[in-house]
Design a protein around this ligand. Structure first.
Ligand code: ACO
Length: 457
């Protein structure tokens, strides 16, 4: 791949994503089988949450091994030299060390190249860290401090919950993105809209456990509230930048990617955008069936099931056309927190041919509990065909191994009982990992972690 410079201009242009790679574990549990195992009603996880499979790892993998695997795989596929990277940002909320960043663990990969001049560390706020990391990388390339090299962004998490109703909304994965000028996926200027607040919907105060404290219902309302606020700001920006009078779901974006805790939440997020369109033009003919909601207060509107149901119906065709192609990985992997939104991007470029994406706008909604959210967009200005080829997403998802729910349950207990141990040698079978996967070999008496790599094909 070409390493772009400023071509004599004072600032680089068309800064965005030049390449994308993903990593997810080889093993998954089937959500329909998990429903039976957990003794819940048939359809609760598959229809109620909209999930098909959930990826998971045993004690052989941690957040650093995920990121090592993803970055090395990216560099090999795109044939990028480690010397050409000037910034590396990691967005994750899977913390194994309160001080040492995952980014510094990744510096092992740079040693052979002799490149130690790599800016950036980790960024954390629930599922939003990857977005903040991406913004940092974009800003660096666009800034007066840029030195002409490329930036790598890693968004990765291992999402595991305690036994109970939140467990089926877990998952795991990592996404690596190369950021530079003249990119096929250009981050558009002037459209970004942000909403942040303070609340305890999902957080991890207990560092001795991998599990979060979760207030599920509060997190769901906060997600929708954040969609609402970000989308209103985004529409105003679209109207200004595009010079149009009434921006809406019809004309503001051609495709949409969302943070997906589970795909049903994305359906509800889109429905909320439909509701916002309605509040902005209640007399429009397409909202004839929604007239009963004219008197509903804003606060009530977040929890009123009738509103959700009505607008899920009214946005169905937009969901099918503009959103569904981006949910391939989310449905089959589960939540991967920081990586989730970017699995959406990887799915979209895998599922929609490059010619069809050409010139289109992809709107992105990022949500991290606590809470931090942004809506922003990419313009497709170059071919995405090579990205899709390198990802080979469907083939890779199909090549995984299904594990029975009782074995999954056993592995979750193993992770729980060995979490943050010192002097620990992981016991997970290496045959369960994809070729080329980095794994945890040992944790010594000073908690120092040693990684090795399964031979690649
Ligand atoms: N067939 C079809 N649908 C069913 C069935 C069934 N047999 N049984 C239940 N459902 C539906 C329910 O009606 C409900 O639908 P609704 O959301 O449209 O009302 C849905 O399945 C979920 O069922 P609930 O009983 O509401 O689920 P529960 O309360 O047990 O757990 C929750 C759901 C709260 C999302 C839980 O998984 C959780 O806490 N997850 C972690 C938090 C989370 O992901 N939050 C999202 C944003 S924050 C983030 O990204 C971490």
């Amino acid at each position: 791949m070409t390493v772009y410079t400023t071509n004599g201009s004072t600032r680089p242009s068309d800064v965005g994503i030049q390449g994308i790679e993903v990593y997810f574990p080889r093993r998954y549990v089937d959500q329909a089988e998990l429903e039976q195992f957990d003794g819940v009603s048939t359809g609760k996880y598959t229809i109620g949450l909209g999930q098909s499979k959930m990826a998971f790892s045993d004690d052989r993998e941690d957040i650093a091994s995920f990121c090592l695997t993803a970055v090395q795989s990216f560099m090999e596929k795109y044939q990028i030299d480690y010397k050409d990277i000037g910034r590396l940002e990691v967005g994750t909320e899977t913390i194994v060390d309160k001080s040492k960043s995952t980014k510094t663990v990744l510096m092992q990969l740079f040693r052979e190249s002799g490149n130690y001049a790599v800016e950036g560390v980790d960024t954390t706020n629930a599922c939003y860290g990857g977005t903040s990391a991406l913004f940092n990388a974009i800003h660096w390339v666009e800034s007066s401090h840029w030195d002409g090299r490329l930036a790598l962004v890693v968004a990765a998490d291992i999402a595991v919950y305690a036994k109970g109703n939140a467990r089926p909304s877990g998952g795991a994965g990592a996404v690596v993105m190369l950021v530079g000028p003249n990119a096929p996926l250009v981050m558009e200027a002037g459209l970004r809209s942000t909403y942040m607040d303070h609340l305890y919907d999902f957080y991890k105060p207990d560092l001795s456990s991998e599990f979060p404290e979760v207030d599920g219902p509060l997190s769901v309302v906060s997600y929708v509230k954040s969609v609402d606020a970000c989308y209103r700001g985004f529409l105003k920006n679209v109207e200004r930048v595009d010079g149009i009078k009434q921006a809406s779901l019809e004309n503001a974006a051609d495709y949409m990617i969302f943070h997906s805790p589970y795909t049903k939440q994305v359906v509800k997020g889109l429905a909320r955008m439909g509701y916002v369109d309605y509040t902005l033009q209640p007399d429009a003919p397409q909202f004839e069936t929604a007239q009963a909601f004219r008197e509903v207060s804003e606060e009530q509107s977040y929890t009123l099931k009738d509103i959700e149901k009505t607008f899920v119906g009214l946005t169905k065709s937009i969901y099918t056309k503009k959103v569904n192609p981006s949910l391939l990985a989310a449905r089959d992997i589960g939540n991967s927190y920081c990586a989730s939104l970017y699995f959406g991007l990887a799915s979209l470029v895998s599922e929609v041919p490059s010619e069809q994406l050409a010139g289109r706008r992809i709107a992105a909604f990022s949500y991290g509990s606590g809470s931090a959210a942004s809506m922003f967009s990419f313009r497709v200005k170059g071919s995405t065909a090579q990205m899709a080829k390198n990802l080979s997403l469907r083939d890779r998802l199909d090549s995984r191994t299904k594990v029975a729910p009782d074995a999954f349950d056993h592995i979750m207990s193993l992770r729980e009982s060995t979490h943050q141990l010192r002097d620990y040698k992981p016991v997970g079978a290496l045959e369960s990992l994809f070729p080329g996967t980095y794994y945890l070999e040992n944790i010594d008496s000073k908690f120092r972690r040693e990684y090795k790599r399964v031979e690649s094909n």
